[in-house]
Design a protein around this ligand. Sequence first.
Ligand SMILES: Cc1cc2nc3c(=O)[nH]c(=O)nc-3n(C[C@H](O)[C@H](O)[C@H](O)COP(=O)(O)OP(=O)(O)OC[C@H]3O[C@@H](n4cnc5c(N)ncnc54)[C@H](O)[C@@H]3O)c2cc1C
Length: 569
Amino acid sequence: MLRLTDIKLPLDHPESALRDAILARLGISADELTGYTVARRSYDARTRGSIVLIYSVDVETPREAELLRALEGESGKAVSDAERYGKGSASKASASKASPIKLGPTPDTSYKFVAQAPANLPLRPLVIGMGPCGLFAGLLLAQMGFRPIILERGKAVRERTVDTFGLWRKRVLNPESNVQFGEGGAGTFSDGKLHSQISDKLHHGRKVLREFVLAGAPEEIEYVSKPHIGTFRLVSMVEHMRATIEALGGEIRFSSRVDDVLVETDAAGVRHVRGVTLSNGEQLRADHVVMALGHSARDTFAMLHERGVFLEAKPFSIGFRIEHPQSLIDKARFGPQAGHPLLGAADYKLVHHCRNGRSVYSFCMCPGGTVVAAASEPGRVVTNGMSQYSRNERNANAGIVVGITPEDYAPYGEGPLAGVALQRHWESNAFVLGGGEYDAPGQLVGDFLRKRPSHEFGAVLPSYTPGVRLGDLGEALPDYAITAIREALPAFDRQIKGFAMHDAVLTGVETRTSSPLRITRGEDGHSLNTRGLFPAGEGAGYAGGILSAGVDGIKTAEAVALSILRKLA
Ligand SMILES: Cc1cc2nc3c(=O)[nH]c(=O)nc-3n(C[C@H](O)[C@H](O)[C@H](O)COP(=O)(O)OP(=O)(O)OC[C@H]3O[C@@H](n4cnc5c(N)ncnc54)[C@H](O)[C@@H]3O)c2cc1C
């Protein structure tokens, strides 16, 4: 098969235009085009009112070998398909920016298993945590025949949904079953955005997307440039993947919190993991334990630190959620083409480097979504965002966060857990500012910029439940963060007109942007100082999002499988 890239067509091109573009570019007749599939579809919205779709397609033709030979070296020829085949709105400006169409053999992105379990496996591997990382580690180990046991502290996803709604609707937090903990992990109640900027030479991301489609995700996630699933479908997909793992001989235990790891030191002074102890006192023996804990397993981080597992503080970010009318973002990004079904609700990505040396950026933007209560500890308030697949709620929301580093954690404590202490401090403070019943503290952007408390909502009604208590967010984060956000919002307004509108709502605090620490591992996937312990995913500092956590789960499963085989050799 041949892959043709950079085919640019106007947003409203007729269905036949893509086929025509392929035929013209390859110089073949209609009967020589046996078939084609879209490998990727993105858009270029830099010229408002003239949005261009960009396709990569995989083409089947009997003239493949001949075409490859003939077209070799021709990639320097810039051809604007929008200009050639579009019957609409591609402007001269965007057409003149057209990059050359490239042609080559379709890359093989299929997944290749690295190992197969022997029939006489002495000890089954354990996977701690069933977020995207643990789910994919467990799935891959099961697919390779290693029959993993997955231990998840939270409940199965349907029961967990009830508990999560308990906080959002009744102000009752279950510390073991909430937005952060339970089957599916932190990303289950989310926008289900699946893009990631990780380098992925082995195409593990494709394996994640394929498995998601097999579990019920829309097929478009395999080719659109910014795929998302939405929270509703994620719930049933997680159940589907659980059933697959079980059918392959894996085992999943809910309400099974790991409270301790058993570590032995051999005669050479090397530490080895030998199993875990659950919260009910049960011990499970294992020589291979994947730690896919997520960024909120603070008690488990403390336990690992106590057991001498190597941890180190790492940078993360803190800030607020901001809400605008989605229509404002759509108009700013898409102009007159706002509302086009192929574009959906618009997103944004913003960054501003401040005079005080801090960087402020938008984080986890959720078009047409809601701000959610994401606490996992009593007496603390944390925000995050989610959407349904349709992304048709009235508000757009995103974290507006400031990067911080381990030097900033010093006032809160020492060592690898100091970042956790900082998070706890500001989350407890937000609980108090919100009135002590899980409302989030909030402020209108106009008032925040003018340093005066807010008393009344305006055009934007916040979506966070159980509720938002208006006041002054000026003391909801450290001074340097407040100063940086006050400088960034007007700067963002210059990129998206209306971003700093008076009535936009800020809610706080956004403190769980990524893990505050790393459970450092070596090249072979083992913890730096404890053999057999495989730190993985976001909590270990090796992922930041659903897709990258899934990819890290795959990599970790491979490392575990190879380690088991090496041990048996
Ligand atoms: C509301 C919200 C919205 C988000 N939206 C998006 C989005 O749209 N796109 C995106 O890419 N990312 C999103 N994220 C981030 C994403 O969810 C995480 O990056 C991802 O889930 C990390 O995966 P993980 O498997 O490493 O950890 P987690 O998903 O956090 O999973 C860790 C699991 O380990 C379990 N666990 C912890 N300690 C123990 C223990 N001691 N014993 C047993 N089990 C334990 C936890 O219960 C949890 O289920 C969102 C997060 C939140 C909270």
